[in-house]
Design a protein around this ligand. Sequence first.
Ligand code: GTP
Ligand code: MG
Ligand code: NA
Length: 457
Amino acid sequence: SETEKNTLRSPICAILGHVDTGKTKILDRIRKSKVQEGEAGGITQQIGASFFPVEELRRKTKSIPAAQRLQLSVPGLLVIDTPGHESFANLRSRGSSLCDIAILVVDIMHGLQQQTLESLHLLRVRNSPFIVALNKIDRMYGWEPHQDAPLRDTMKKQEKHVRDEYDARVQKTITEFAEQGINAIEYHKNKDFRKYVSLVGTSAVTGEGIPDLLMLLVQLAQRFMTERLTTRDRLECSVLEVKMIEGLGTTIDVILVNGVLHEGDEIVVCGLNGPIVTNIRALLTPKPMHEIRVKTDYIHHKVIYASQGVKIAAPDLVDAIAGSSLYVVGDEIDREAAIDLAKKEVSDLNRYIDKSGYGVFVQASTLGSLEALLSYLEQVEIPVSGIGVGPVHRKNVMAASTMLEHKKEYAVILAFDVRVGQDAARFAEECGVRIFTADIIYHLFDMFKKYVEDIEA
Ligand code: GTP
Ligand code: MG
Ligand code: NA
């Protein structure tokens, strides 16, 4: 009903798991999209979001009779895609901190892997209910594909040796989960969802098991809705990206986790040069079942209720920092309080800067990717002396050049997923600052390591 729509928020479901287990591909299969094919190196490096309306979930589970009895009292689910590569621990952590429920994707050919364990840890800490997709079943030897079939239907049609292999792999995975203190069980045998985590075989390539996965997802959402508070009173909103869009100017993509946004609202977000106070000029969403990461036609709204992935157009957003929170000035908090909160968020990243004052300079496209890069550099013990978000400008080169007289190998800018201005490039060339750019985080480490070796040789 309308009243419920106004008080209940749609649950957020995060997809977590080890790199290349098929998280994005599963979403592509459900959305009929090709997001994964467009990713640099085939790996996800940002948090994604797409809205799955209840009607779509219902349509896609038609082939399973039991699913037709399920009801959801919200408009749908907001599904968050996360990166599985080890360097993006912070984005997994952020993704899981936004979610109510989760799908943990495991490659059936590999079982539990390092980031599976890390994801399990995150889910445990937040006590988030989850289901497990044992993906890539089509890769088992002798598999006969049946496009989009429910798992049981396709399983019945497989040769005995294939069914035996599936059973053996499921058993092995159950044992691996048991070693982590988790009781996992094939979903059709699961009689107690509080005790057991459901496993379902899937293929993102053939669509097999996907109807089952979606049915389990609706079940899980329903359970979540009845067990936890899901009102929309408090505003909680997280900036994913800052993007220039022709005809709209600079926009920010946000996840509205809780609360309501209106056209015209006064908002505060973190900026490179301090907090930005502005007013929402346009509130947009991609069409349902479309990834907000990918450019598309947008739908305009006067008001948006959580949970949603939202694109906001407003003046003065150029310097907004992705990865920070968005605050709405109003009854809950006044302008000054919002500004104070925004200031505090940026200063939190300064802890990565080396106390010695010596170190490389780091530039990244978003606060989130900057944080990922900084925590990665911390792990590989490369000290950092300066940080920035956005394109590399002359002033950044100037800052890096101060290292030339102290430690030449640190007169370096590691630039992740950002443009280097022509002026900056020319100036760097003149003064001997090296700028390394890459759109894969650990490539920057390889480049830097080789550079240091060459200097020392
Ligand atoms: P990250 O986001 O980088 O962690 O990876 P991911 O978990 O999103 O995996 P992705 O969707 O990028 O898929 C990784 C690779 O596995 C791609 O080459 C996919 O085509 C392939 N793949 C994914 N799912 C399946 C599947 O069910 N069967 C087969 N055969 N290949 C799959
Ligand atoms: Mg992915
Ligand atoms: Na991948």
